[in-house]
Design a protein around this ligand. Structure first.
Ligand code: APR
Ligand code: PHB
Length: 407
């Protein structure tokens, strides 16, 4: 088998990259370990930044998103039993977010790629990379019982945190920076109408809670729990009790309950591998970085990576210039670290630290009060949450003026 770009992983990163390359007339083959039905049913994130939603629409895969996605112009910060709305759109000249399940994005992209004649091989096994340091990298794998070789010009490692791409880079040629948070999220999907129109991020002395949603009939809810929490210790009644306690307000908010459709415990970590390129292998998405889910950034950062990569690959294949490829890693990492900081900032602002005391609690509440009342502070949250423009970091927003001489 031969192709221009071998893509490992049919998650949001791999599928969007294949789609963007197709639009540029560049062919690719996507290799995926899981079945199509598994890939399309995995419950993951659910918030699209402004530019991610725009990208899906602008590249012709946003029809169902426009029909079913829930556009939000604000979110609530809830602390001391009071909800304070952050008007995201007013603070960012009309930008907002769209609530739309990641598995829906995956479904739409798989359908679009297959309809366009794209090649996605599901249920591959024994994937390995060879020759990524040279000009003719090869991806070996087994599919339908047969060992196959895919000769490529470039390889994109979009196979997530547990994939084979990152480990294919010699450890001497890469470095990782990571942080494990001292708590996890217990998440549920409930067959219940959302209890509010927008997302509610709650700071509470018993721990963080988040009210999100997937549709007018399905609510998505999360609780901060200790690491190593076992789902068996959290029967439905206990989950709902804790959610009622943490989300309670003094203005009569009522949390609607319903059958729990799905539940899980997710550890919270920050992780970055640098550089995101080695020879002809380019890492994108969770293969290169992980962020805590508080900022709703994982999917969106993956989309930003592959937009940079598709742009760089298009310049290479169409003009023979490798400037974009040469700048790919640095360009991505500038945004990755901005998003790592924002995700860590929101996580530390809203979660109870393990050594919580009166002082840490009062500092968090004072910071939340500042974000809820200062336009400058609220803009910091809003512009990061809706997503900084793609060219952020390549221009100076606020050029420094020369000092005014003392009179
Ligand atoms: N070979 C082929 N495919 C693989 C391999 C492998 N060795 N290992 C993993 N995969 C597949 C996984 O089955 C998955 O479908 O690669 C895909 C990686 O997709 P994601 O993990 O979703 O990563 P990414 O596309 O970068 O999207 C990031 O997904 O996990 C969420 O929170 C994360 O929202 C973020 C988003
Ligand atoms: C979700 O709806 O799954 C979700 C929303 C916001 C977050 C994280 C997850 O910060």
């Amino acid at each position: 088998m031969r192709t221009q770009v071998g893509i490992i992983g049919a998650g949001p990163a791999g599928l969007m990259l294949s789609h963007l390359l197709h639009l540029e007339g560049i062919d690719s083959v996507v290799l995926e370990t899981r079945s199509r039905s598994y890939a399309e049913s995995r419950v993951r994130a659910g918030v699209l930044e402004h530019d991610t939603a725009q990208l899906l629409t602008d590249t012709g895969v946003g029809e169902r998103l426009r029909r079913e996605g829930l556009v939000h112009t604000g979110l609530d910060l809830r602390f001391d039993g009071v909800s304070r709305r952050i008007d995201l759109s007013a603070l960012t000249s009309g930008r907002g977010i769209t609530v739309y399940g990641q598995q829906e994005v995956v479904k739409d992209l798989i359908a679009a790629r297959l309809a366009a004649g794209g090649e996605i091989l599901f249920e591959v096994t024994d994937v390995s990379l060879d020759g990524i340091d040279g000009d003719t990298p090869v991806v070996r794998f087994k599919h339908e019982g047969t060992i196959r070789e895919l000769s490529c010009v470039m390889v994109a490692g979009c196979d997530g945190f547990h994939g084979v791409s990152r480990p294919s880079i010699p450890s001497s040629a890469r470095r990782t920076v990571e942080h494990t948070y001292p708590f996890s999220w217990l998440g549920i999907l409930a067959q219940a109408a959302p209890s509010a129109h927008e997302l509610i991020y709650t700071h509470h002395e018993r721990g963080f809670a988040l009210h999100s949603m997937r549709s007018p009939e399905v609510t998505r809810l999360y609780l901060q729990v200790p690491n190593e929490t076992l789902l068996d210790d959290w029967p439905a009644a206990r989950i709902w009790d804790e959610l009622h306690t943490r989300l309670a307000t003094n203005d009569g908010f009522t949390l609607k309950e319903g059958p729990i459709l799905e539940q899980g415990v997710t550890p919270m970590r920050s992780f970055v591998t640098e550089p995101m390129r080695h020879g002809q292998l380019f890492l994108a998405g969770d293969a290169a970085h992980i962020v805590p889910p508080t900022g709703a950034k994982g999917l969106n950062l993956a989309m930003a990576d592959v937009r940079f990569l598709a742009d760089a690959l298009s310049t290479w294949f169409r003009q023979g210039r490798d400037t974009g490829l040469g700048e790919y890693s640095a360009r991505c990492l500038r945004r990755v670290w901005r998003v790592q900081h924002f995700s860590a900032w929101m996580t530390n602002l809203l979660h109870q630290p393990v050594d919580a005391d009166e002082f840490s609690h009062r500092l968090q509440v004072a910071h939340l009060e500042y974000v809820a009342t200062s336009t400058a502070a609220a803009t910091t949250l809003a512009e990061n949450y809706v997503g900084l423009p793609l060219d952020w970091g390549s221009r100076v927003d606020m050029p420094a003026r020369p000092p005014v001489p003392f009179a």
